[in-house]
Ligand binder design. Structure first.
Ligand code: NBG
Length: 809
C-alpha cells in the first residue's frame, strides 16, 4: 500500500498546481477558465493516483487474488471531491484555491455526472468499487464507455422530455486511453473445421472485426493508500478497414459509414431494444465488453503465472457477472482458453466454473434475458458452439433418476424454444448465484428460479446490498459527519459498524437538537436547489417526504401521488383540518418507451401544479419534482429527507439501496415489507420504522386466488372513489390533460400492483408517523437510532461478504 501524501500543505499544493498549468496548457493559472482549472486539477491528482496504482500493483499484495466486476453500468457520479476527501486533502485544496481567488465548489461544478448507468444496479457497482479500493483489495471494474448516457430528463408542461446526455462534450479528464491493451473483437462470419493428422480444431473465419479500446477511470480508496480502476471499452474501426478507395473517389459517406456503424456500439446506454437493429446493438455491447475484458484478463494471467497453470485460474481470478448482461463470459472464456490458448475442455471448464459468479437483481420478467438462438448463432457463431456444448453436457449429466427430471430440464436448460436463456447460462456455468436482500434470495429459491435451487442448492447465497457510507454520508452530508465526528470520533469512516456508538446519545437532548439543526440546514440546501431548478418554493420547516428512484409501476409512485391528492381533497373540504405541513418531493426517470411510467411523472407534475397554486392548500402542502435525478443531486436530496418512501408492492423490489441512503442520513422509512426494508425493520425495531401494506405472501395469495376485485376496493371508501374520479374529471388536467390512461391501466389490469389494496393502510401509517413529527425530540431520537443502525448497510460489509464467501479472497 502506498504511504506518501500528495502534498503536505496548501502552499505546496499551490506551487504544484501552478506548475501544472504551465505544463498542461502553456499558460498561467490566471489566464484559465473554470473548466481548465478543473481539468488541470484532475490531471494533477492523476499524477499521484497513478503512483498509488503502481504501488498497489507491485507492492506486497501483488500476489493477492483479483476480482473483476463485469457490469454494463457504473454510476460513479462526480469524482473530484470524492477523491480529494479520500486523499485527505479536501481542506488543503479548498484553502489553496481560495488563496488563489477561486473556490472548490465552482471547480467541482465543472464536473458532469458520467452517463454510465441508469439506476440501483449501476450505483451498486460504483459503491462496490469504492469499497474494494478502500478495503485494499485488487478489485477492478469492466464496463462500457458510453458516449451518451441514458438521457437527460427535462420536464415540459409536466411531461418528461428526453434530451441526449452529452456528458463527454468537453472531454472526461479522469479517463486514460490504453491503446496498447486494445482487443480485436469479431462479429459474424462462420466456423470452419480443420483436420490434420487425426487432430481437428475450429477457426472463426470471415468475421467483421472491430477494435475495442479501453479507457481506464481510477478508483481511489479512502485514505489514499490503494487505487484500482474501471476499464471501460469503446468500439472503434480497425485502421485496415478504412475504405481508402471510396474516400479517394469522393464517396465520403461510404468511407465513413463503417466508422459510425461500429462506434454506434458504444454510443448509447441501453439502446431502445424494441426493434431488430436495437437488439443487435445491445447484444454487440454485451459481447464486446465480455470478449475484450476476458482477453485482457487471460493475457495478464499468462504474464503473471505463465502458460501452464490454467487449472488454478479460479484460485487467482474471480469474474463477477453483475446481472445477466455479462452472461457470455462463460462461453467466451471457454472459447479463448480452448481455441486461442489450446487448452483441453476439462481444464477450461474448471477455470470457468471456479472463476465465474453471478448476481440476480430482479424478479421481474426482465431478469430473464433471452436472445433468439438464430441471432446469437449468426452474430457470434463460434461462441454459440460453446453455449451449445455447455447445454449439451448439462443435459447429458442430468440425473435421470429424479422423477421430475424432464420438467427440471425444461426449466433449467440453456437452449429452449429457440432462445438462449442468459440466467440459466449464468447459473449453470458459474459456482455461485446470489440475491441482493434476504427476502429476495428467498423468493429466488422458492419461486423465480426454484428449479435451480432444487438442482444445485449449494450455489445459492444471499448478499444483502450496501452503499458507500463515505459517498452518501461523509461526502454528501458534511454537517452530519462533523456532528458524528465530534460525538464519537471518526473511526466510523473506515469501520461503519462504529456508528452504533451513537446509540448512547439517544437520550441526549442537546445532541438531538443539534441533529435537528443539521437536518434543517440540509433541508434549506435542498429547498434552494429546488427553487433554482424548478422555481417551486418549499418551506424547510414542513416535513420533507421524499420518493426518489426510477419510475416504475411496481415502485408505486402512483400510491404516493394518490396520498397527496387524498390530503389535497381533505384540505379543500375541511379548511380547518389539522395536518403537519408537508413537502412531497419526487425525482426519477422513466424509461423512454415506458408510457405508463411517463404518465405517472406527468401526473406528479400536474398534481403539483394544482396543489402548489391553490390558495386553500399552497401553504400546507407542496409538491416538488426534481428534474434529472442523478448521483450529484441525489447527494443533496438524501441528507434533507425526513420520510423515506419505500412503498413497492411486496415481493417485487429486489433490495432497494435508496432506502439505505435515506436511513443513513436519518430519514425514517415509510415502507412495505419488501427488499431490504425487511432488514431495516429488523435492525431498528418496529418503533423506529413505519411498515404498512400487504406482505409478499399475502400478495402472492391474492394473485393466486384471483379474489381481488378493484371495483369493490374502490367502492369501500368514498374518498378513494373521489380520487379515482379525479383521474378523469379534469381536476388535474390543466397542465397537459387528464389521466384516463392511468385510470384504464388500473381498471383493465385490476390494479396489478395493488395500489388501491394498500391505500388505506398507507394513509393510516402516514398519519401515525407524521403525528410524531410535532414531538421534535422523539422524532430526532428515532432519526438518530436509524443512523446508528445503518452501519450494517455499508457496502464495506457487503463486499467483505462477497470476498469471503463467493470470491474466496
Ligand atoms: C435493481 C433492483 C433494486 C436493487 C438494485 C441493486 C435492476 C435490474 N435491479 O431493488 O430493482 O437494489 O438492482 O441490486 O436494476
Amino acid at each position: 500500500m502506498y504511504k506518501e501524501q500528495i502534498f503536505h500543505d496548501k502552499e505546496e499544493f499551490m506551487t504544484m498546481y501552478r506548475k501544472k498549468f504551465l505544463s498542461e496548457l502553456g499558460r498561467e493559472f490566471e489566464d484559465s477558465t473554470s473548466r481548465e482549472r478543473y481539468d488541470v486539477l484532475v490531471k494533477l491528482l492523476l499524477d499521484h493516483i497513478r503512483q498509488i496504482q503502481f504501488q498497489a500493483e507491485a507492492g506486497p499484495t501483488a500476489e493477492d487474488k483479483r476480482v473483476v466486476y463485469f457490469s454494463l453500468e457504473f454510476l460513479i457520479g462526480k469524482l473530484l471531491r470524492n477523491y480529494l476527501i479520500n486523499l485527505g486533502i479536501e481542506d488543503m485544496v479548498a484553502d489553496g484555491l481560495e488563496a488563489m481567488g477561486e473556490t472548490l465548489d465552482d471547480i467541482c461544478a465543472e464536473e458532469k455526472d458520467p452517463g454510465l448507468g441508469n439506476g440501483g444496479l449501476g450505483r451498486l457497482a460504483a459503491c462496490f468499487m469504492d469499497s474494494m479500493a478502500s478495503l485494499g483489495m485488487h478489485g477492478y471494474g469492466n464496463g462500457i464507455r458510453y458516449r451518451f448516457g441514458l438521457f437527460k430528463q427535462t420536464i415540459k408542461d409536466g411531461c418528461q422530455v428526453e434530451v441526449a446526455d452529452d456528458w463527454m462534450e468537453k472531454g472526461y479528464p479522469w479517463e486514460t486511453r490504453k491503446i496498447e491493451d486494445a482487443v480485436v473483437v469479431k462479429f459474424g462470419g462462420r466456423v470452419v473445421r480443420h483436420e490434420e493428422n487425426g487432430e481437428f480444431w475450429f477457426s472463426w473465419d470471415d468475421a467483421d472485426k472491430i477494435l475495442a479500446v479501453p479507457y481506464d477511470v481510477p478508483i481511489v480508496g479512502y485514505g489514499g493508500k490503494n487505487a484500482t480502476f474501471i476499464r471501460l471499452w469503446a468500439a472503434e474501426p480497425l485502421e485496415e478497414d478504412f475504405d481508402m478507395d471510396a474516400f479517394n473517389h469522393g464517396d465520403y459517406a461510404k468511407a465513413m459509414k463503417f466508422q459510425s456503424d461500429i462506434e454506434a456500439i458504444s454510443t448509447l446506454l441501453y439502446p431502445d431494444d424494441t426493434d431488430g437493429s436495437g437488439k443487435v446493438l445491445r447484444l454487440k455491447q454485451e459481447y464486446m465488453f465480455v470478449a475484450a475484458g476476458l482477453r485482457n484478463i487471460v493475457d495478464s494471467y499468462k504474464k503473471r503465472y505463465g502458460n501452464d497453470k490454467w487449472y488454478e485460474f479460479g484460485d487467482h481470478i474471480s469474474i463477477h457477472t453483475n446481472d445477466t448482461h455479462p452472461a457470455l463470459c462463460a462461453p467466451e472464456l471457454l472459447r479463448i482458453l480452448i481455441d486461442e490458448e489450446g487448452i483441453d475442455w476439462d481444464t477450461a471448464w474448471h477455470a470457468v466454473n471456479t472463476s465465474i459468479s453471478y448476481t440476480n437483481h430482479t424478479v421481474l420478467p426482465e431478469a430473464m434475458e433471452t436472445w433468439p438462438i438464430s441471432l446469437i448463432e449468426s452474430l457470434i457463431p463460434r461462441v454459440y458452439n460453446f453455449i451449445e456444448e455447455i447445454n449439451r453436457r448439462y443435459r447429458e449429466a442430468f440425473p435421470r433418476d429424479k422423477e421430475n427430471a424432464q420438467q427440471l430440464i425444461a426449466s433449467t436448460a440453456i437452449l429452449w424454444d429457440g432462445k438462449v436463456r442468459m440466467a440459466n447460462l449464468s447459473i449453470i456455468a458459474g459456482h455461485s448465484v446470489n440475491g441482493v436482500a434476504k427476502l429476495h434470495t428467498e423468493i429466488l429459491k422458492r419461486d423465480t428460479i426454484k428449479d435451480f435451487y432444487e438442482v444445485s442448492p449449494e450455489k445459492f447465497n444471499n448478499k444483502t446490498n450496501g452503499i458507500s457510507h463515505r459517498r452518501f454520508l461523509l461526502e454528501s452530508n458534511p454537517k452530519l459527519s462533523e456532528l458524528i465526528n465530534d460525538a464519537i470520533g471518526n473511526e466510523w469512516i473506515t469501520n461503519p459498524a462504529m456508528l452504533s456508538d451513537l446509540e448512547k446519545l439517544e437520550g441526549d437532548e442537546v445532541f438531538l437538537n443539534d441533529l435537528g439543526r443539521v437536518k434543517k440546514a440540509n433541508k434549506e440546501r435542498l429547498a434552494a436547489y429546488i427553487k433554482d431548478t424548478s422555481g417551486v418554493i418549499v418551506d424547510p420547516s414542513s416535513v420533507f417526504d421524499i420518493q426518489v428512484k426510477r419510475f416504475h409501476a411496481y415502485k408505486r409512485q402512483l400510491l404516493n401521488v394518490f396520498k397527496v391528492i387524498f390530503y389535497y381533497n381533505k384540505l379543500k373540504s375541511d379548511p380547518h383540518f389539522d395536518m403537519v405541513p408537508a413537502t412531497y418531493i419526487f425525482a426519477g426517470k422513466a424509461a423512454q418507451g415506458y408510457a405508463f411510467a411517463k404518465d405517472v411523472i406527468r401526473f406528479v407534475n400536474s398534481v403539483a401544479h394544482v396543489v402548489n397554486n391553490d390558495p386553500a392548500t399552497k401553504d400546507r402542502i407542496k409538491v416538488a419534482f426534481v428534474e434529472n435525478f442523478a448521483v450529484s443531486n441525489a447527494q443533496i436530496i438524501y441528507p434533507a429527507a425526513e420520510i423515506s418512501e419505500q412503498i413497492s408492492t411486496a415481493g417485487l423490489e429486489a433490495s432497494g439501496t435508496g432506502n439505505m441512503k435515506f436511513m443513513m442520513n436519518g430519514a425514517i422509512t415509510l415502507g412495505t415489507l419488501d427488499g431490504a426494508n425487511v432488514e431495516i425493520a429488523e435492525l431498528v425495531g418496529p418503533e423506529n420504522i413505519k411498515i404498512f401494506g400487504k406482505k409478499a405472501e399475502e400478495i402472492d395469495a391474492l394473485r393466486a386466488s384471483g379474489s381481488y376485485d378493484l371495483i369493490n376496493e374502490i367502492r369501500s371508501d368514498d374518498r378513494i372513489v373521489k380520487i379515482i374520479d379525479e383521474l378523469k374529471d379534469g381536476t388535474f388536467a390543466e397542465l397537459s390533460g387528464g389521466f384516463d390512461s392511468i385510470y384504464n391501466e388500473l381498471i383493465h389490469k385490476n390494479d396489478e400492483f395493488f395500489v388501491i389494496a394498500d391505500f388505506m393502510s398507507y394513509i393510516k401509517a402516514y398519519e401515525e408517523l407524521t403525528a410524531d413529527y410535532k414531538n421534535t425530540l422523539k422524532w430526532n431520537k428515532v432519526s438518530l437510532h436509524n443512523i446508528a443502525k445503518s452501519g450494517y448497510f455499508s457496502s464495506d460489509r457487503t463486499i467483505k461478504e462477497y470476498a469471503d464467501e463467493i470470491w474466496k479472497m
